[in-house]
Design a protein around this ligand. Sequence first.
Ligand code: PNS
Length: 159
Amino acid sequence: MVAALIPGSFDPPTNGHLDVIERCAGLFDRVLVAVVRNPAKAPMFSSDERVAMLTECTEHWPNVAIGSFSGLLVDYAEEENIDVIVKGLRAMTDFDYEFQMSQMNRHLSGIVTLFVATKPEYGYLSSSLVKQVAGLGGSIDKLVPPLVATAIEKRVSNE
Ligand code: PNS
């Protein structure tokens, strides 16, 4: 029984995130997707809203669960009996930061991080660009799941 943890901000979840989650659902017995609760950042969606969106988007994968955490990722991984952390890599630009975090987590607890390459067509996709495009009136239909697109459009039109 191998359990994987996919941590992230997921503000909001994109098709790129879901691609990585789907890959992991096929590779691991148990997949826990965890939203970081970071009061220092001003997110578009609260962590509860992000958990709810991810729960709805992943409900058809029975071995995927959604959670949230604050504090050190390695502490949460230990509490949840996680074997590996998984992070998606879009391009070499992600690599330096992700590699540094993986080394720090390994230093802290010995946990292994695996990197999954995202689908090439999602190589340019990020949550911040999705929010920017939506805020400026562009179409985000092909970038995020429909329920996420609806939530972003509602949020943007209320601002
Ligand atoms: O989606 P993101 O913003 O790339 O996710 C980053 C995240 C949540 C994985 C990272 O910020 C994190 O692990 N935060 C927890 C704090 C922590 O454990 N820091 C020390 C290890 S580098």
